[in-house]
Design a protein around this ligand. Structure first.
Ligand code: HEC
Ligand code: HEC
Length: 288
């Protein structure tokens, strides 16, 4: 009954999570259940799921205080009740833990702990130019992880991380970070006046629209397509603009950002990046 999963199977990471789930969620009498790798059936397709359930009910029966073959009906009912309880609780527990565990421990298959670079609160690390993820739109975050994995966004640090995540894990992580509250924004560097003009007016003599036309006033972002720039590290914003100029990042819809970035001089990139980095994050509770 125990099925061997290929190493890249999204469920194989569950083996690593099992001890965690047992410690946190299982009632004391179930802590020894299930053993490593024996619970992989529950998220599978219909047929496999049924197999998984049979396996589980076998295990739940084995857990009952008196697992004699001659066990009576009452006991079977008890086992079924326990099984139902387990079936309802575990998927939620697993989903909730999934992303959080990866952010702390990685996924054991090559994805590093996200918080090492993006911070415990998802606030990023300005000094190293690591972006904030907390409070960004989930669909945007997921797209970026997919883009790193498919190479339309080239980056030597994030590509291996994103590629080592399964599609489910990428979706779960995007949701997780999107739901985190906006972190407190550290005292901003002085915004650059030249940067402000470009950000809020653009330069129509060059056909350059204001950044805030797409990224919203103050750069707080709009929905899934236009990410927030406010409070992102200046080094990060500048690196993205250069990446578009050089073609390392070519994942923007309709090449909107490529067109913008190609017009900018190195001085303008630094100025506009400095201005957005100094903008306050939107008030807590309001969607960025
Ligand atoms: C070793 C440091 C490091 C680790 C670990 C790391 N990241 Fe990143 N992350 C970066 C850097 C650097 C960038 C900016 C890449 C670029 O310039 O394109 C980034 C960018 C991102 C972005 C794009 C954000 C945006 O606004 O477009 C997402 C999403 C992301 N990381 C998610 C994750 C997740 C999820 C994990 C954990 C599985 C993770 N990162 C682990 C360093 C790291
Ligand atoms: C016509 C619309 C438009 C304009 C104008 C525009 N952007 Fe963007 N920008 C986008 C879109 C769309 C994306 C998301 C691309 C993607 O999906 O990866 C983006 C993404 C970005 C990112 C990446 C953010 C992240 O989290 O990785 C930066 C940095 C950025 N823009 C800076 C600027 C700056 C600076 C200006 C002005 C000089 C500007 N943008 C003007 C549409 C625009």
């Amino acid at each position: 009954m125990r099925k061997r999963q290929p190493a890249s199977h999204p469920l194989s990471s569950m083996r690593e999570r099992v001890p965690d789930l047992q410690a946190q969620d299982a009632p004391a009498e179930q802590r020894s259940w299930p053993r490593r790798g024996e619970r992989q059936g529950w998220r599978e397709s219909g047929r496999e799921r049924a197999c998984g359930q049979r396996e589980m009910s076998r295990q739940v029966r084995a857990l009952s205080p008196n697992p004699s073959p001659a066990s009576g009906r009452g006991e079977t009912r008890l086992s079924l009740a326990a099984l139902l309880l387990v079936l309802t609780l575990i998927p939620f527990a697993a989903n909730a833990t999934d992303a959080a565990v990866i952010t702390r421990q990685g996924n054991g298959k090559g994805a590093a702990p996200c918080m090492a670079c993006h911070g415990v609160d998802g606030g990023g690390m300005a000094i190293n130019g690591y972006p904030r993820l907390a409070g960004l739109d989930a669909a945007y975050l997921q797209k970026q992880l997919d883009d790193f994995a498919n190479g339309s966004r080239a980056n030597p640090v994030m590509q291996p991380n994103a590629s080592a995540l399964s599609e489910d894990e990428r979706a779960a992580l995007a949701k997780y970070y999107s739901a985190l509250p906006l972190p407190a924004h550290p005292a901003a560097a002085r915004p650059d006046a030249g940067g402000e003009r470009l950000a809020t007016h653009g330069d129509w003599s060059r056909g350059l629209p204001a950044c805030t036309q797409c990224h919203a006033p103050g750069g707080v972002g709009v929905g899934a397509n236009f990410p927030p720039l406010a409070g992102q590290p200046a080094a990060y914003i500048a690196a993205q603009l250069r990446a578009w100029q050089q073609g390392a990042r070519h994942n923007d819809p309709l090449q909107l950002m490529r067109h913008v970035a190609q017009q900018l001089t190195p001085q303008e990139i630094d100025a506009v990046a400095g201005w957005f980095a100094a903008q306050p994050l939107p008030a807590k509770g309001s969607a960025p």
